[in-house]
Design a protein around this ligand. Structure first.
Ligand SMILES: Nc1ncnc2c1ncn2[C@@H]1O[C@H](COP(=O)(O)OP(=O)(O)O)[C@@H](O)[C@H]1O
Ligand SMILES: [Mg+2]
Length: 263
């Protein structure tokens, strides 16, 4: 039985402006979900700027973009044939890109060398998410900055859309835009806003968008800043205020160990 209440996987995507903390919160969520016994987790680094792999201590050998290029090569060499066979090859090849250890799997979209290819690799990522999410209890997607992956329906099957912002008006505006586009392009069950990197003196000074459910605050935390500087693995870090806040937020949307205990 999957962890979602309807027996389907919980597919979370973290979206927002660059630098607001998508990767940090995504890694903290994976760390939190790993505390749950036997939960099968897939983490997807869908940002070509990468980063999630470092926080989760994964060395990426093959990306979705590499798989795509391998398949294109096979087709060019005439070794692939009809469409079904090409799709079959992608499935098979994808196993090579899917890093697995214990109950935890990892997939990175990679960085296409030529600009024009990025939309195609995004399309492939959308199909992959739809195809393999069912093998997991939780899929956590660290999305690309901005609205493009939502707009292009790459995140179509996401069940929980987590918009991340700092206290800046720019960050909040990007969250607003993504939320508006997601109404059409994502079949989410829940969407909400997390304010990250909050300092005490920021508290009075920003205005929350009324149209987005507010999920909670993640404080600015020295341990996170230091871990990022030293490229430390989130799994090895002791609990800190950022992890605690993420745990509370997950529990508030009915996800994770704490919400299970609460029933
Ligand atoms: N809660 C936090 N406390 C302290 N530093 C943070 C926190 N969240 C993010 N950061 C730092 O902010 C920077 C950007 O965060 P990151 O997660 O890489 O953003 P994004 O993935 O949205 O571009 C990183 O240096 C990260 O360590
Ligand atoms: Mg990032």
């Amino acid at each position: 039985m999957k962890k979602g209440t309807d027996g389907n996987p919980v597919i979370l995507a973290l979206c927002g402006k660059g630098g607001v903390g998508k990767t940090t919160v995504a890694a903290a969520i994976v760390r939190e979900l790993m505390r749950e016994q036997d939960a099968k987790i897939l983490a997807i680094d869908a940002d070509p700027a990468v980063g999630l792999a470092t926080a989760l201590s994964i060395s990426v050998e093959k990306t979705v973009d590499d798989v795509r290029n391998d398949v294109i090569d096979l087709v060019k060499k005439g070794k692939a044939g009809e469409k079904e066979r090409v799709l079959g090859l992608i499935d098979y090849e994808m196993l090579g890109a899917l890093r697995e250890q214990n109950n935890f799997a990892f997939l990175a979209i990679g960085r296409p060398e030529t600009e024009g290819c990025y939309c195609q690799v995004n399309d492939l990522l959308r199909d992959i998410i739809a195809q393999i999410a069912g093998n997991f209890d939780y899929v956590v997607i660290d999305a690309e900055a901005g609205v493009e992956q939502v707009n292009r329906r790459v995140l179509e099957t996401v069940t929980h859309l987590i918009l991340i912002s700092d206290c800046s008006a720019k960050g909040l505006n990007v969250a607003r835009t993504i939320h508006a586009v997601a109404q059409e392009a994502v079949k989410f069950k829940k969407a909400g806003l997390v304010i990250n990197k909050m300092r005490d003196y920021d508290r009075e000074d920003f205005i929350l968008p009324e149209e987005i459910t507010f999920l909670g605050i993640v404080p600015e935390c020295d341990d996170i800043r230091r871990a990022d500087m030293r490229a430390e693995n989130f799994f090895d870090l002791p609990d800190n205020p950022c992890f605690c806040a993420v745990r509370e937020i997950l529990a508030s949307i009915g996800i994770g160990k704490k919400s299970e205990v609460r029933g």
